[in-house]
Design a protein around this ligand. Structure first.
Ligand code: SF4
Ligand code: SF4
Length: 104
């Protein structure tokens, strides 16, 4: 019993050491999550204010804003999983989710 308690305490100490502080955006390079996608984001560039909100909220970290370019929002298609968060958070409502196979 005492041994079990000691093991539990040791495990808890270890967990505290490696405590996860919050969600992290990352590109999982070992898995091309783009193959999961049923829909993809499409940007109406003329409406975009280049605010970067979509870039900050994308959980897969696949959006880059290029303020100097006309097509200012770029995606890494191999890893965008089509979750639609970018479309939901865009304050200009200029991202729409379209069918991945081109059927709208
Ligand atoms: S959130 Fe919308 S307006 Fe802002 S940069 Fe992205 S697409 Fe453009
Ligand atoms: S749909 Fe938008 S938020 Fe979701 S992974 Fe693709 S780019 Fe990121």
């Amino acid at each position: 019993m005492l041994r079990m308690q000691m093991q539990q305490e040791k495990h808890m100490k270890k967990q505290k050491k490696y405590r996860v502080l919050g969600p992290m955006a990352s590109v999982f390079e070992s898995m091309k999550t783009g193959s999961w996608r049923l829909e993809r984001p499409k940007v109406e560039f003329s409406q975009c204010s280049k605010c970067g909100t979509c870039e900050r909220y994308c959980p897969a970290n696949v959006i880059t804003i290029h303020k100097e370019k006309e097509e200012c929002v770029q995606f890494i298609w191999d890893y965008c999983k089509g979750c639609g968060i970018c479309a939901n958070v865009c304050p200009k409502d200029c991202i729409s989710m379209v069918d991945e196979r081109g059927e709208e």
